[in-house]
Design a binder for this molecule. Structure first.
Ligand code: DGY
Length: 324
């Protein structure tokens, strides 16, 4: 008999077809958000699951599924999974690193350019019929070329964002607990600086940290106060890394020039103060959302699940203790 698995959110039919060759699949093509109770009920008789960053896979969900062997997130972030609870229960957890770096870096740049050149507000103004004629001093934005790009969290996506800055002749500085090797820095012309210098010197600061209790409100009122009033903040990482209330206040008072935000505290709800601002570019957590990349993420998660349930080590195992 094939192992039973859950696919917790809607995925492409090709992914389900592939999974059905290996498993008896309980899908969720209606895309209901299952939540804790829904996940407990649907995982109770399953050996594995393909899950999204929106699925709260906490200890009580994991302990309600006695036959569970693997949880395979189709996301690089895994702050929705209680990894320690998985390890205690002998459940393998996996993510999808690598396949979404370029697409997420592209969105960071889209938001950076949109906030620099004030595109959302200018478009709203045009659509509202307020454009009465070309003026020399009109919709002045910030230059991207030759500006200083700061990156907080210099993993794969950070390095991919930095590589794109070469074409804009930017100075690139970054902060990371561990600096890159000299040859990696040279390839993208990036220089490690301490966090305070990063905040003080960046014209555009891109956040690419994973979310955890340790990174909660990494950017709050004190950090925003160190930034230049001409600077822009871009967050394509996770809600909660930024104190949204403090950010809104800095933007409202023009203590910060602008922001490009893809992720919010408590999303899909978010602080309505963002909607009152004309100096933000907002998007609904779509960093990795191109068809090709979402397909690659789902197929990578499927690779992990197929390996895990056929006795092989999944390629993107997050808790190798379980394997040992
Ligand atoms: C990720 O991969 O972590 C993206 O944010 C999608 O959830």
């Amino acid at each position: 008999m094939k192992p039973r698995i859950l696919v917790a959110r809607e995925v492409f039919p090709e992914v389900l077809e592939r999974l059905r060759r290996h498993f008896e699949v309980d899908d969720n093509q209606g895309d209901t958000v299952l939540g804790i109770e829904g996940l407990k009920a649907r995982l109770a008789d399953k050996a594995g699951a393909l899950t999204a960053a929106t699925d709260p896979l906490m200890a009580e969900v994991i302990s309600a599924a006695p036959g569970l062997k693997a949880l395979c997130n189709f996301a690089v972030g895994y702050n929705n999974i209680d990894l320690a609870a998985c390890t205690r229960a002998g459940v393998m957890a996996t993510n999808t690193p690598g396949v979404l770096d370029d697409t997420t870096a592209d969105l960071a740049w889209a938001l950076l350019m949109a906030t620099a050149r004030r595109l959302p507000a200018a478009e709203r103004w045009l659509r509202n019929g307020e454009w009465k004629g070309w003026q020399f001093i009109q919709w002045l934005g910030s230059d991207i070329h030759h500006a200083t790009l700061g990156i907080l969290g210099m993993g794969r996506i950070g390095q991919t964002v930095a590589r794109r800055a070469l074409g804009f002749d930017m100075k690139v500085i970054y902060h990371n607990r561990t600096p890159l090797a000299a040859e990696q820095e040279a390839a993208i012309r990036a220089t490690w600086v301490d966090k305070e210098s990063l905040l003080r010197e960046s014209d555009f600061l891109v956040l690419l940290l994973p979310y955890s209790p340790a990174t909660h409100h990494t950017i709050g009122a004190a950090e925003l106060a160190l930034m230049k009033p001409t600077a822009h903040l871009i967050n394509v990482a996770r809600g909660g890394i930024v104190d949204d209330e403090a950010l809104i206040s800095a933007l409202r008072q023009r203590r910060l020039s602008g922001a490009g935000i893809d992720v919010f505290e408590g999303e899909p709800k978010f602080n309505p103060g963002f909607l009152e601002l004309d100096n933000v570019a907002l998007s609904p957590h779509i960093g990795s959302s191109s068809r090709a990349t979402r397909m690659a993420m789902a197929m990578t998660a499927a690779d992990n699940l197929i390996a895990a349930l056929s006795g092989q080590r999944p390629p993107n195992l997050l808790n190798p203790e379980v394997w040992k």
